[in-house]
Design a binder for this molecule. Structure first.
Ligand SMILES: [Fe+2]
Length: 302
């Protein structure tokens, strides 16, 4: 029996534990399980950050928020979100029970499905949490998926991953293959981090935020634009793929793109670099490539 009163709170949801125990990664969103405290966490997060979105978020994000018609007081149902989202870009939000290994994640993007956490943080701990939750995934990411070019960027990422898996599958020396796959995963994770999660963009009104890690963080959303402590540089692929990052504090270094078309062009270039072997030995350091990520690429074509 699932305990309805237990809710769907991050790290404390029996429903999620059971799904993981059963080996079910893709799940339904059991909407009735959300507790009033869960909805209260959404309400507080939304009310607190909305004024900052209007000030710092990219205009396409704000349009996306309108197009998806979120209820500021209740956690969204993914089926409602998808009803608005799919006609716009073909993307949908797909509920998952936990971490999606790197290749499966990129492959899901290639198929225009965004793996989405359905739990929510505790209402008394609104600020930092290391795990993604539905506020990060749905309020932070999904509004960007209403933009066709941005959606195509995500699909292109999926294609880069597939090309990388195909190229490295031909390497006969196991150690060389593992080293190259690890390096390419690291480079892709860094690119993703400094764009989809923490990207800034020039707009007619000045610097605006399109990265979801920033868009779902009340504190960092203002800090990333206003603070003199943040270094902000034009996006440079050779720098980004070699730049390590840490996830547990505000980012000291961010990269700026000119447009979504510019961003798309950089993912194209990333693909060229995979093919040319330029990501085979990137600078070591964070992020760590875990065993599941590595395996997912090594076994991608089997
Ligand atoms: Fe994210």
């Amino acid at each position: 029996m699932t305990d309805v009163a237990a809710g769907l709170t991050t790290t404390k949801a029996p429903f999620i534990e059971q799904a993981r125990c059963d080996g079910r990664l893709y799940i339904e969103q059991p909407y009735a399980l959300y507790s009033e405290e869960n909805h209260e966490a959404w309400r507080r997060l939304y009310a607190r950050i909305a004024p900052r979105w209007r000030r710092y978020a990219h205009p396409r994000f704000l349009e996306g928020i309108d197009q998806l018609a979120f209820d500021p007081d209740r956690i969204p149902r993914l089926e409602d979100v998808n009803r608005f989202l799919e006609p716009l870009s073909g993307f949908s939000a797909r509920a998952v029970s936990g971490y999606v290994p790197a290749y499966a994640f990129f492959e899901s993007l290639r198929n225009r499905a965004f793996p989405t956490t359905i739990t929510i943080r505790e209402s008394t701990r609104l600020d930092y949490l290391p795990e993604p939750d539905i506020f990060h995934d749905v309020a932070g990411h999904v509004p960007m998926h209403t933009d066709r070019v941005f959606a195509d960027v995500l699909v292109r990422f999926g294609e880069v991953a597939r090309n990388a898996a195909e190229m490295t599958a031909e390497i006969t020396d196991a150690d060389v293959r593992i080293h190259r796959v690890e390096s390419i995963i690291k480079a892709m994770a860094r690119f993703f981090w400094f764009t989809v999660e923490f990207g800034l963009m020039h707009t007619a009104d000045g610097l605006r935020v399109y990265g979801s890690g920033l868009l779902s963080s009340f504190g960092e959303l203002e800090h990333c634009i206003e603070s003199p402590d943040v270094q902000r540089y034009p996006f440079q692929l050779e720098w980004v793929v070699n730049q390590y990052f840490e996830i547990d504090h505000y980012q000291p270094l961010l990269f700026i793109v000119d447009s979504f078309d510019h961003l798309y062009g950089q993912v194209d270039l990333l693909d060229e670099w995979v093919r040319a072997g330029r990501l085979d030995n990137v600078s070591p350091g964070e992020p760590n490539v875990n065993e599941a990520d590595l395996r997912s690429f090594l076994d991608a074509l089997t």
